[in-house]
Design a protein around this ligand. Structure first.
Ligand SMILES: Cc1ncc(C[n+]2csc(CCOP(=O)(O)OP(=O)(O)O)c2C)c(N)n1
Ligand SMILES: [Mg+2]
Length: 411
């Protein structure tokens, strides 16, 4: 396996308009036509299977039932996303982070992991969370502002969402280095059988953070079992990927000394294959891989964002035919693996799930004032105790003022 499958795209040799200009209007080397970049693809836009000498073998076991399962995962995730967006619009969530368009990148990679692998997500990995058996309503707790997390990461080996860009990447690398120490002395066969790997998710924008650089240096030096999974959804809020990098993001891996590979992030089969390959290498002790899943955020960055301010509808329309669900539906139908009844049943299951999510989310108990203070430190802290006492007094002041005002009114 070569370190990266794309011909290395030369940095933009034509000087940008000024030394201080980012690559805003220069060549779009980071996002050139993906076919030319040697992107791994096993299911094309029309739902036709393609063979890849390096990767087809990694999905040889995928039968019709598994494919239907992937479709169901993606459809449920999309339906959940739609319900959560509606809940936010109705004032029931403080914020929501939509993932529409990224379902294949998330389900394909999540389904490649084993239960004992440990996953570090960002804040958009609702599809990966599904593959780790996190129940949908739990994913809403943090966005309803009633919890600092929502689930116990130890139950599913799925870490808390991380809002601080890239902060989870050094955590993932450190965790992987810890695993190496736990597994020191294991032979290759045992590593292949029982070895644990780590996946660190991050975005194209987060890839510019120093945390990612430092993590890659450490992971490479120690050959740690971590897969860096970058979802290049083309945008970091309003900043396009070409401003983050003059070369395809996957090519950066070469500089750290491990393989980087760009995969069609809207092709669930290709993502599954590439992630399985990377995880197997990592488990065997062959070190990290950078996967760049080339995809598209079809919705707003968050419910607080308006993408019409910074991107053209023509771009959004150009990505519509690459929709990961449509592509798999086409394949399932043309291969005779699924018919109308199947798709109707999945849609019904989605509606039932969405109704349950709504009911449970609205029934979550409100947190107490103490809850906000209890979680600052693991143990009691005099400063926090004092602040809580002050806050209680402050709140009680309102009750007192209210009582005095009522008495005034009665006189
Ligand atoms: C350290 C840090 N800087 C800035 C932000 C504000 N911020 C939140 S999301 C975001 C863009 C992230 O883009 P990308 O990494 O591509 O991920 P995406 O949201 O597209 O999935 C920014 C700048 C933050 N959360 N953390
Ligand atoms: Mg992005």
């Amino acid at each position: 396996m070569t370190s990266t499958r794309q011909d290395s795209a030369a940095p933009d040799s034509a000087a940008p308009s000024g030394a201080l200009s980012p690559n805003a209007e220069g060549t779009d080397a980071a996002n050139q036509d993906t076919e030319k970049q040697g992107m791994v693809q096993l299911l094309d836009q029309d739902g036709a299977l393609r063979t890849d000498p390096d990767f087809s073998g990694y999905v040889a076991d995928v039968d019709a039932q598994m494919l239907r399962g992937f479709y169901r995962d993606m459809a449920l995730t999309r339906r959940f996303d739609q319900e959560a967006t509606a809940l936010q619009r109705q004032g029931q969530l403080a914020l929501w982070v939509p993932l529409r368009g990224q379902e294949a990148a998330q389900i394909g990679s999540g389904r490649a992991t084993r239960p004992h692998d440990y996953i570090f997500p960002t804040y958009r990995e609702h599809g990966v969370a599904l593959t780790r058996d996190v129940d949908f309503p739990q994913m809403l707790r943090i966005f309803r502002g009633i919890s600092n997390g929502g689930w116990d990461p130890r139950e599913n080996n799925f870490h808390m969402y991380t809002m601080v860009l890239a902060a989870q990447v050094p955590h993932a690398t450190g965790y992987a280095m810890g695993i190496q120490r736990d597994q020191a002395g294991w032979d290759r066969a045992r590593l292949e059988r029982e070895g644990t790997a780590v996946v660190a998710y991050f975005g194209d924008g987060a890839s510019s953070e120093g945390d990612v650089h430092e993590s890659m240096v450490f992971a490479s030096s120690y050959k740690s079992p971590v897969v860096f999974f970058c979802q290049n959804n083309q945008w970091a809020i309003s900043v396009p990927t070409r401003v983050q990098s003059r070369i395809p993001l996957a090519d950066r891996a070469k500089g750290y000394g491990f393989p980087g590979i760009r995969v069609d992030g809207n092709d669930v089969l290709a993502v599954l294959a590439v992630t399985r390959w990377a995880l197997e290498r990592a488990r065997r002790g062959e070190g990290p891989v950078l996967i760049e899943a080339f995809t598209y955020r079809m919705s707003a960055h968050t419910t607080a964002d308006d993408p019409t301010k910074y991107r053209l509808s023509a771009e959004e329309e150009a990505w519509e035919p690459r929709d990961p669900l449509v592509r798999l539906e086409k394949h399932l139908r043309s291969a005779g693996h699924a018919d109308d009844a199947f798709f109707e049943e999945v849609a019904r299951a989605g509606d039932e799930m969405a109704a349950r999510v709504r009911e449970e989310a609205l029934a979550f108990p409100d947190p107490t004032l103490e809850d906000s203070f209890n979680n600052v430190y693991a143990e009691a802290h005099p400063l926090i105790t004092e602040e809580l006492r002050w806050h209680k007094e402050y709140e009680a002041g309102f009750a007192q003022n209210h009582a005095e005002a009522s008495q005034e009114g009665a006189r």
